[in-house]
Design a protein around this ligand. Structure first.
Ligand code: GLC
Length: 563
């Protein structure tokens, strides 16, 4: 080979290998701004001891898989001792591990093994309520005068057999439960077995902050704060306004203004932020924040002060549940422009909602639609949160019969509300017994019937699979400077079928992204120059394209670097 050519080859090889390194994280880079956070529902991820229920050692076994996928952090849904009425969201001890998931030694090993792979662990902090079997509640319920008497929300009824007001539980029926020992009612926004703590009592805040410190001292990276907008209730206890019609539980439709998103919560969050800022390594507070609009969301960041949560979840983009291009654009752009420069956190899936194909699919293009939504998740400026199984397009498998339902909401609300079992089925690893989730064929929820085709092993050999698409997008997000932390600007702002934006790195590199929200092929102009295709879903797109006439397959998406 002539010298010139071989030098050129060496340089191009060097460029190839060095490209990812060029974007090597600077020491002061804040990890959660670029992270992919992966939610694990511990019952359903990997069973290591053959009891049909997932566990911590199972998660540890799968860390290499998560590393290979490109995950930066895992949020593990509650793993604490619990009567499991709401599958762990009813906690009876905040500083231990439920024996069915393992031991504290297993947790410590999981944490250490994750740290070796640079994967952070985020705990689920359930602070609105405890289990009714928590020793605090047992003590509180014992009398009106015990030291914990005021740790929960207790009130006298209006009269014999009459609760204090008309407030409803979001899990169905009255939010008040009578307790004969105290001859009083206690308040539960969720299930009867999930009594609300009284956050107006400073001892409750202290106990909860001590619990958070216990886990921070162990080295967890932060918390996902469960149901955090409902910590406070209006002390007036006035009735909620009744709206026309009935809800899915057959109760009257009511507002929740006096039960949800009360301003008092922000004081707690500011103090919590001060507390975690005292720890090194950028610990993070993530909120489960279903909110009506971006103005409310901004308050959870602390607005211009940025002194509350770093990452309250934006549920408005991912749970729009309609493929409406204009509305998606507006919501994405709101997160870009109306949050005082805070970091957005988009979420499309979790353990409480049917998966995206169920909510957005049209039956014919489900895979293309899921690929396009993944493009939105991974190539906007948002921190990306995903749910186990999204990467292989696991289905939503809703039980056909009431007697098979495990989720308490499904039991109370059947048939209008069939519960959340459908999105909690065991992870599909391969085509063997129980999809490789367990050696026991009797898993706590049945494995979805499509596991022989839809599983990690099969998809890892298929370049056209959802798993390959996820890996490609996650790698781009990590390695491409524009997608990693470039500025973001919406393009084609009047287009009713396409949502498009550009990302521009500080070195000037620009990437354009276009998503076709329609079932028809579309052609769109996104500029005058040529571009190099980095990733394209839908039909095959040539490696080099003319930005003036970009073709998008039905529900296709394209990520391309401007030349
Ligand atoms: C949150 C959890 C949900 C749970 C509820 C009560 O919404 O995500 O699974 O049932 O809080 O803790």
């Amino acid at each position: 080979m002539p010298l010139g050519k071989s030098i050129a080859l060496w340089f191009s090889l060097l460029g190839f290998f060095a490209a990812p390194l060029l974007r090597a994280a600077s020491a002061d880079e804040i990890w959660w701004k670029h992270a992919v956070i992966y939610e694990i529902y511990p019952r359903s991820f990997q069973d290591s001891n053959g009891d049909g229920v997932g566990d911590l050692n199972g998660i540890t076994q799968r860390l290499d898989y998560l590393k290979d996928l490109g995950i930066d952090a895992i949020w593990i849904a509650p793993l604490y001792p619990s009567p499991q009425v709401d599958f762990g969201y009813d906690i009876s001890d905040y500083q231990a591990v439920d024996p069915q998931y393992g031991t504290m030694a297993d947790f410590d090993r999981l944490l250490a093994e994750a740290q070796k792979r640079n994967i952070r662990i985020i705990m689920d902090a359930v602070m609105n309520h405890t289990s009714d079997k928590h020793p605090w509640f047992i003590e509180s319920a014992a009398s009106r005068t015990n030291p914990k008497a005021d740790w929960y929300v207790w009130r006298d009824g209006k009269g014999p057999g009459q609760p204090p007001n008309n407030w409803l539980s979001t899990f169905g029926h009255s939010a008040w439960q009578f307790d004969p020992k105290r001859d009083q009612y206690y308040y539960h926004y969720f299930y009867i077995q999930q009594p609300d703590l009284n956050w107006r009592n400073p001892q409750v805040e202290k106990a909860m902050f001590d619990m958070l410190r216990f886990w921070l001292d162990k080295g967890v990276a932060g918390f996902r704060l469960d149901a955090v907008p409902t910590l406070f209730e209006d002390p007036s206890l006035k009735d909620e306004k009744v709206l026309p019609g009935k809800n899915k539980f057959g109760d009257p439709n009511e507002e929740t203004k006096l039960q949800d998103n009360l301003p008092e919560v922000h004081g707690v969050i500011q103090r919590m932020r001060t507390m975690i800022d005292g720890y090194p390594n950028n610990r993070v507070l993530i909120g489960e924040t279903y909110l009506p609009n971006v103005e409310e969301l901004d308050k959870w960041y602390g607005g211009a002060k940025h002194d509350e949560l770093q990452l309250p979840m934006d549920m408005m983009v991912g749970f729009e549940d309609k493929l409406n291009a204009a509305e998606f654009r507006r919501r994405i752009n709101d997160a870009e422009t109306k949050l005082h420069g805070s970091q957005p956190l988009f979420v499309f899936d979790n353990h409480d909602n049917p998966r995206t194909a169920y909510r957005y699919g049209d039956g014919e293009h489900n895979k293309a639609i899921d690929q396009m939504l993944a493009t939105v998740l991974f190539t906007t400026r948002s921190t990306a949160m995903m749910y186990y199984g999204d990467e292989i397009e696991m289905p939503t498998t809703i039980p056909a019969r009431k007697e098979d339902v495990k989720d308490p909401i499904g039991v109370t609300g059947w048939p209008a509300e069939k519960g959340r079992d459908g999105e909690r089925t065991p992870m599909q690893w391969n085509s063997s017994t129980a999809a490789g989730f367990s050696t026991n064929p009797h898993t706590w929820l049945p494995v979805a019937p499509d596991y022989k085709q839809v599983n990690v092993e099969a998809e890892s050999h298929d370049p056209a699979s959802m798993l390959s698409w996820y890996k490609k997008l996650i790698a781009l997000r990590r390695d491409d400077p524009a997608i990693h932390d470039g500025d973001m600007k919406m393009l084609e702002t009047g287009n009713q079928r396409i949502v498009a934006w550009s990302r521009k790195a500080s070195n000037g590199e620009t990437v354009v992204v276009a998503c076709n929200f329609s079932p028809d092929e579309q052609t769109v102009s996104l500029g005058k120059s040529r571009a190099k295709t980095l990733a394209a879903s839908g039909e095959a797109t040539p490696a080099g394209i003319d930005l003036n006439a970009v073709k998008l397959a039905p529900f296709g998406s394209l990520v391309a670097e401007v030349q």
